[in-house]
Design a protein around this ligand. Structure first.
Ligand code: HEC
Length: 251
């Protein structure tokens, strides 16, 4: 039986008392502030949060007082103004047929790789659009070819291959302009304008084709699409704004 009041092992050390001291020392240390290795105290979370609040308040105050304004860092006319995007100045009006052609030429970049910038095709794999009956004839037929692609034969009776559909991402205005461009370029001179309304009707008709998603065939074109697209005609000589295509006063 061990008597806790009596020294054990060695005369000089009372293990029980020493153990007690260690425990009390550890408890006292735990109550103290944590010290970093260099003796500094870690920053209190409250101080960090206070700094954030002060920073936000200061930022808001500076902003409210108008001491910083992003606009004042931008010089007037430093950036090229995009015509029609809020700029006051307007491009001079032009005839509807010219305005539609101008926009259509940009969309025609989709077609250039195959049909050529001059619309003459390559005679072997891609047919010409210059003098093409399918391009110059009924607008619904032409639109169906663009929107769905074509698997021959072409208007010349020859089959070149398969044209992939080009309608992806085309707005009614895009379609109207590229059609107007082809019908009045490369020596083609139909002289009319395909309007966005007509093109919107074409998108609808294309969407509702029984074989939607497949290229049109010459048979389908002749059976279903030998028509002019519905919609009011636009006088090709009318003056319009070349950006908005809205009617404009001639100066
Ligand atoms: C990847 C090549 C390719 C692209 C791009 C392309 N086409 Fe075609 N296109 C063809 C081929 C090939 C044919 C002939 C298909 C056939 O033989 O059945 C064709 C036929 C046509 C025809 C019929 C011509 C005729 O007289 O029968 C028209 C109209 C036409 N394309 C217009 C366009 C327009 C407009 C675009 C651009 C929006 C365009 N194509 C983009 C390859 C292309």
């Amino acid at each position: 039986m061990i008597d806790p009041s009596k020294p054990d092992l060695e005369e000089s050390v009372n293990v029980t008392a020493a153990h007690d001291r260690v425990l009390r020392g550890a408890a006292a240390a735990a109550r103290e502030k944590q010290l970093l290795e260099n003796g500094a105290e870690p920053t209190s979370l409250w101080i960090v949060l206070l700094c954030v609040v002060v920073g936000l308040a200061a930022g808001t105050a500076v902003n409210r007082a108008g001491m910083f304004n992003y606009r004042s860092t931008v010089q007037d006319d430093y950036v090229r103004k995009i015509p029609g995007a809020g700029g006051d100045e307007k491009l001079p009006p032009m005839t509807a047929v010219d305005a539609y052609k101008k926009k259509g030429e940009k969309i025609f970049s989709k077609c250039v790789g195959c049909h050529g910038a001059d619309g003459k095709g390559d005679g072997a794999n891609y047919p010409p659009l210059a003098g093409s009956k399918f391009a110059e004839g009924e607008t619904e037929r032409f639109a169906m070819i663009i929107l769905n692609g074509l698997t021959g034969p072409t208007s010349s009776g020859k089959t070149f291959g398969v044209m992939p559909a080009q309608g992806a991402g085309m707005s009614p205005e895009d379609l109207a302009c590229v059609m107007s461009y082809v019908r009045n370029s490369f020596g083609n001179a139909v002289g009319d304008v395909v309007t966005p309304k007509m093109a919107a009707a074409a998108l609808e008709i294309s969407h509702n084709r029984p074989k939607a998603g497949n290229a049109v065939t010459a048979d389908e074109l002749n059976a279903d699409h030998l028509k002019m697209l519905p919609g009011d005609k636009l006088d090709p000589a009318m003056m319009v704004d070349p950006i908005t295509l809205e009617p404009a006063e001639a100066k």
